[in-house]
Ligand binder design. Structure first.
Ligand code: C2E
Ligand code: MG
Ligand code: MG
Length: 730
């Protein structure tokens, strides 16, 4: 029963439609109205030609006044032509819901033509009592005519006033579109009824009425029950009232005498007539449901193209188009609109601790917080835990505080929060993607700073920002064009100061920016998870350099390679190294692997496995930058390092600080106790070198012995005797 009711309500169009479906059907009707406008114009042109040939020319030739004839016989058609033209124009400019100049003029034309027609020229079309029209019937028809004229006049005048009002206020005019469609329907039906009425009593076919109902029913598609009402009322009105009532006859009346002629309305005609009505209504139903299906399909397609599957927010590919539209709507004070890039602080930690599923739930919750707090703005999920918003600056701080609080309270054990980068609009030509990237850059600058929630992009950031973007976009060409090269910094024995190794430090020799230093590209490559490309390139260059030196019979020393924490995630780093070493036939003792201390703070098991593998493969494992981060002695306990590189920060102010001296002394003794060798980085003075030698640090590295230099420069120093290669390296 419920199903049957649902089916009936669906078939008759009683069901609730979504806004999207309503808009879709409405837009289709507006497009149909363009054709209607064209048809009206063609009809009126034809009428003008007909009037000219059949009335104006003969009367003019018989001595009539041309101007008077033109006014008398063509004014009406010119006005109709204008109406058709105006409607066509109005509907053609429908793309922007705002009242554009084109639409404004179209409306003014239509409105004025309606006012003119109804106020000046309508009187002559009143039906007079005649042989075929009884006084009652003439009364009914004239009353209908008057109502239509009054309605048309009011509509025409309102259109002009409304258009002017809205045009001045830049408002949308969707209600006017509805009015236009309804008005069109009524005018067409009335036209059909009146023409066919007189045709019928002139013993002609009622083609005009039938054409008009087809025209209205099949071009302008209403919900089925409305179609039944409109068509039913027209048919009934035309047939039952006008044709039957006039002669006081019933629907089944068979014969009438008109102008002395006997006319027959047979029951066969009636059946045809009803069949026509039913068929037309069915066709209208079919078109309606066809369009509705189309709307549903298009909606589903658009949804998948526009929506983020997890949060249901706009997705990132759709956001720029929305943002463009938003920007177009801004006419002044561009700077009061701002792009926000929101990054969830500690999301990774949440995911690690609570698991993937909980992480997804958390993202959905954040999406909801953002959509609620910025309900009047444009929001989207960019990717991962990144969201973007385009909003007004007014009240922004308060909204961000609210969001931050909600995110913070989501899990009491993990320190959660929001980092927000902002970029203010500068003008109407703003590229949304660029704008978002700038906001993202501002957010990046405060990443990992829990206290700083908000940062704005400003012009001073611009140069660095472009450089970062350049690095990300050019890493592939940098690798393939050989712009990434290792520089070698000497490492010496602290007692003899003889060369016992080198550290390979990456340099980016860029054709545009010149030489770039690691701080300009390593962090950004890590952020965009591209660092492994650079490291692989450096590993290979080092192997190639060693091979070339060995082939040339030059002395070689071990080279330390820097591994990023991400190398172990983004590639099978130990295996990659092993493959290169095998390919270039490099003795394993010539390669040292440096892993920085801060890399070892998370995901113990995976890193531990990788470290063990490196050791198993036979490489010497060095701990870089010891003492630079949240130094934990656990790192020394958990991993099997051969050498500890003590961070250069310990050397600052060494001369004047007894405390620093004691600290380094302790570290070195401790390392020795657990069978690790030591190297101190950043040695710049003789005094430092002497001190470190005395306390038993094995190796030294720093500007005192040489800055990082290209391979050839290193050999020049060796050849000149400036650097003496030690006999033993280990
Ligand atoms: P690091 O591995 O600790 O390298 C030592 C850094 O200290 C180098 O900076 C070096 O030039 C600098 N340095 C050496 N001696 C002195 C000194 O006496 N005084 C001063 N003030 N500085 C000195 P660089 O070449 O700029 O590299 C910085 C960091 O970039 C490196 O720190 C390393 O973590 C990273 N890096 C460099 N090359 C690579 C690479 O190929 N791959 C990866 N993943 N990271 C790299
Ligand atoms: Mg290093
Ligand atoms: Mg270091």
């Amino acid at each position: 029963m419920k199903k049957a009711l649902h089916f009936i309500s669906h078939t008759l169009g009683f069901e609730r439609l979504s806004k999207y479906e309503r808009d879709y059907l409405h837009d289709a009707n507006i497009r149909s109205s363009i054709y209607m406008g064209v048809i009206v114009m063609l009809l009126e042109i034809w009428m003008l030609v007909r009037q000219t040939v059949s009335k104006i020319i003969p009367k003019y030739l018989a001595g009539g006044d041309l101007l008077a004839l033109l006014i008398k016989y063509t004014t009406k058609y010119w006005l109709f032509l204008l109406v058709g033209f105006g409607i066509m124009l109005f509907c053609s400019f429908q793309k922007d819901k705002k009242l554009s100049k084109g639409r404004f003029w179209a409306l003014t034309i239509v409105g004025s033509a309606c006012v003119l027609y109804t106020s000046v020229l309508s009187l002559e079309s009143f039906t007079k009592e005649s042989e075929s029209v009884t006084p009652v019937m003439a009364g009914i028809m004239n009353a209908m005519l008057i109502s239509i004229y009054v309605l048309l006049f009011v509509i025409g005048a309102s259109i002009v006033v409304y258009a002017l009002f809205k045009y001045l206020k830049h408002k949308t005019i969707v209600p006017l579109e509805h009015a236009a469609i309804i008005g069109f329907t009524l005018v067409c039906l009335a036209f059909g009824v009146f023409v066919s009425y007189s045709d019928f009593w002139g013993a002609k076919e009622i083609i005009c009425f039938l054409t008009m109902v087809i025209y209205v029913g099949c071009l302008l598609i209403y919900r089925p029950y409305i179609t039944i009402l409109i068509l039913g009322a027209s048919f009934l009105g035309f047939y039952e009232v006008l044709l039957t009532y006039q002669n006081g006859m019933s629907f089944q009346a068979q014969e009438v005498v008109i102008n002395g002629e006997l006319l027959k309305i047979t029951s066969g005609d009636t059946v045809n007539y009803i069949t026509f009505f039913i068929s037309l209504t069915t066709i209208c139903f079919a078109i309606y449901h066809g369009r509705l299906n189309e709307a549903k399909k298009t909606k589903a397609l658009e949804k998948s193209a526009k929506e983020d599957a997890l949060t249901g927010m706009n997705n990132y590919s759709y956001f720029p188009a929305l943002a463009k539209e938003y920007i177009q709507g801004v006419t002044e004070n561009f700077g009061e609109n701002v792009f926000l890039f929101l990054d969830v602080h500690n999301f990774k930690a949440f995911n690690d601790r609570r698991g993937f599923e909980a992480g997804d739930k958390f993202l959905v919750a954040i999406g909801k917080y953002i959509s609620d707090i910025f309900s009047d703005s444009l929001c989207a999920r960019q990717a991962d835990d990144h969201f973007v918003v385009l909003t007004k600056t007014e009240g922004l701080q308060e909204r961000l505080d609210r969001l931050n609080r909600l995110v913070h309270d989501y899990d009491e054990e993990i320190l959660l929060g929001i980092n927000c980068g902002a970029y203010h609009l500068t003008g109407e030509n703003e590229d949304p993607r660029m704008a978002i990237d700038r906001a993202r850059y501002a957010a990046h600058l405060i990443k990992n700073r829990f206290q700083t929630v908000y940062a704005e992009y400003d012009k001073t950031m611009s140069e660095e920002y472009h450089k970062r973007l350049y690095v990300v976009n050019s890493i592939d060409s940098a690798v393939s064009n050989g712009w990434i090269v290792p520089f070698y910094q000497p490492v010496v024995w602290s007692d003899t100061k003889e060369l016992c190794g080198c550290e390979a430090l990456a340099r980016w020799m860029d054709p545009v920016y010149g030489q770039l230093f690691p701080n300009e590209f390593i962090p950004v490559l890590e952020e965009y998870r591209l660092i492994h490309k650079l490291d692989k390139a450096i590993f290979e260059s080092v192997c190639r350099d060693l091979r070339a030196a060995m082939d040339a019979g030059k002395p070689v020393v071990p080279v330390s390679l820097n591994f990023s924490r991400l190398d172990f995630e983004l590639m099978d780093a130990p295996q990659e190294l092993e493959d290169l070493v095998t390919r270039y036939r490099i003795p394993k003792e010539l390669i040292h692997v440096e892993v920085t201390e801060s890399a070892l703070t998370d995901n113990f098991s995976r890193l531990n496995a990788a470290m063990n593998r490196i050791k198993e493969l036979g490489y010497s494992l060095w701990l870089d930058d010891f003492g630079s981060g949240y130094s934990s002695l656990n790192v020394l306990k958990d991993y099997q390092f051969d050498v500890v590189k003590i961070d250069m920060r310990f050397l600052s102010n060494l001369e004047n600080s007894e405390k620093s001296k004691t600290l380094i002394d302790c570290i070195i003794k401790m390392a020795n106790r657990i069978n690790m060798l030591t190297l101190t980085e950043g040695v710049e003075t003789e005094m430092q070198a002497e001190f470190l030698n005395q306390i038993g640090c094995n190796r030294l590295q720093g500007y005192l012995f040489g800055k990082p230099i290209p391979k050839d420069a290193l050999y020049t120093r060796i050849d000149s005797g400036e650097l003496i290669v030690a006999k033993k390296h280990l």
